[in-house]
Design a protein around this ligand. Sequence first.
Ligand code: SAH
Length: 259
Amino acid sequence: MNMLQNIRIVLINTSHPGNIGSAARAMKTMGFTDLVLVDPLDFTPGTPNEQADAMASGATDVLHGAKVVQTLEQAVEDVAVVLGTSARSRHLPWPLMHPRQAAGKVMEVLANKEGLCDQKVALVFGRERTGLTNEELAQCQVHIHIPTNEEYSSLNVASAVQVLGYEVRMAILAHQGKLDADYSGQWGVEWDNELANQGEINGFIQHLEQTLVDIEFLDPNNPKQLMPRLRRLFQRAMPDKVEINILRGILKMIGKSRS
Ligand code: SAH
């Protein structure tokens, strides 16, 4: 099941076509394609629009595939869970989440429904100047606030789409087990060398200690904590075999240059 296709982005009454283009780009980078515009100003999908096309860059397919409707009700008619975003708090308290919690909620809806893979989730974004109306927010089961600077809390609408899109994508990748501890991303890059084993690290530490004595940096009669500290440093770095060889090569040359 492709969970990404069940996420709908709804933009309400957007006044700058450039923002619609930017939102389409933000969506495509995160793998979303379902864009619904509620009564946008100066924008008709499928018709060239200089600002929107420019900001969409390579995401004009998402931009021109957008559907236009007249009301939020129409935009979410076939949607199971509607999440609305707001930059400021409103009078009537409502279930409120930050984007990461909201992404968890999205996963609950998408992941539980093996047999009902058409269940959709909508993320709703408001007008550039005034956001969503209280009536529109009341149509959303949950409100999402991006924890921004309290003194300047309002993101550009396409930036808000990017933040939410990223969190939802991360939640989906985690659910699919693609964010393991040894994350190697979509490039599948493995570490290029095997880690040094303890014998090799010990050999290096002894070699280092001898060199430090030779160059009179370490006084063997008063060693203090120098060697345990250096050991801690190198162990923390988890050097690989090639790195240990390089370090030992350097120590060898120091020895040679002194003889
Ligand atoms: N004064 C408006 C700001 C609108 S910004 C308001 O009170 O909401 C345009 C849209 O971007 C908002 O409607 C919302 O969808 C999104 N947005 C901007 N900043 C946000 C934030 N900090 N948290 C959640 N959504 C935000």
